[in-house]
Design a protein around this ligand. Sequence first.
Ligand code: HEC
Length: 224
Amino acid sequence: MASPLSVSVLLATLSTLCLLGCTNTNDTPTALHPPEAVPATAESASQITVNESSFRCIRQMTPVRHFYVDNLQGNKEGTLAAANAPKGAIYPAGSVVQLVPTEAMVKREAGFSPPTGDWEFFELEVSSTGSKIHKRGFAEVNNRFGKNCFSCHVPAREPWDFICESGHGCEPIPIDHAMTGALQRSDPRCGEPVLQDGDNMALFKLKVMVFIGGIVNTINGWLN
Ligand code: HEC
């Protein structure tokens, strides 16, 4: 059992790191850059329907480095070309990008949401029966720790089309690729987990962080 002192030191450290659960929900930048001209293609002009059936077992999507991509309009080649463009590129309409099973970005029709580069942000609930959309929207969507998707991703707007990865200007998240990999390998929509060495430890660390992040959030809520 940790002593009260070490717990409070840990909490202080975590809140300094702004771990997962910074409660600042109002940090959506107000001064947005004007939208870039996105060439309209036949694909981007057609209507894109995004519902629960648009999301599937993350490992059935196509892996790119440490994340996965899909395309709801069958243009996976276009999505892969953007994801692999060495100097960044605008993703084609229909692109789905996921790093963890419960968060997704979907590229909507050109001109649909200029401030977010036409990306729609999703927070999903996933289980063995599939995906449920918990939250969806544009600049206003926060993750389950109260942090705004768009605010974190906007530094990567140019030339990476809001894709953060590492070194694209986004504030780093305290979840490393051991953890995101373990989450991908244990996506409940895929059936039995296919865990690798170290995954159980990574998942355990993540649970502890989420738990402590929740406490930090609650405490911040009391203080604000
Ligand atoms: C605290 C900042 C932060 C918040 C809040 C945040 N993200 Fe991210 N997101 C990141 C960073 C940084 C990465 C890259 C992590 C890595 O690869 O190491 C990332 C990665 C991703 C990726 C994989 C592609 C990429 O950009 O590298 C997707 C998809 C994604 N986030 C969606 C979301 C959605 C949807 C939300 C809201 C529900 C959200 N994110 C909230 C910072 C954030």
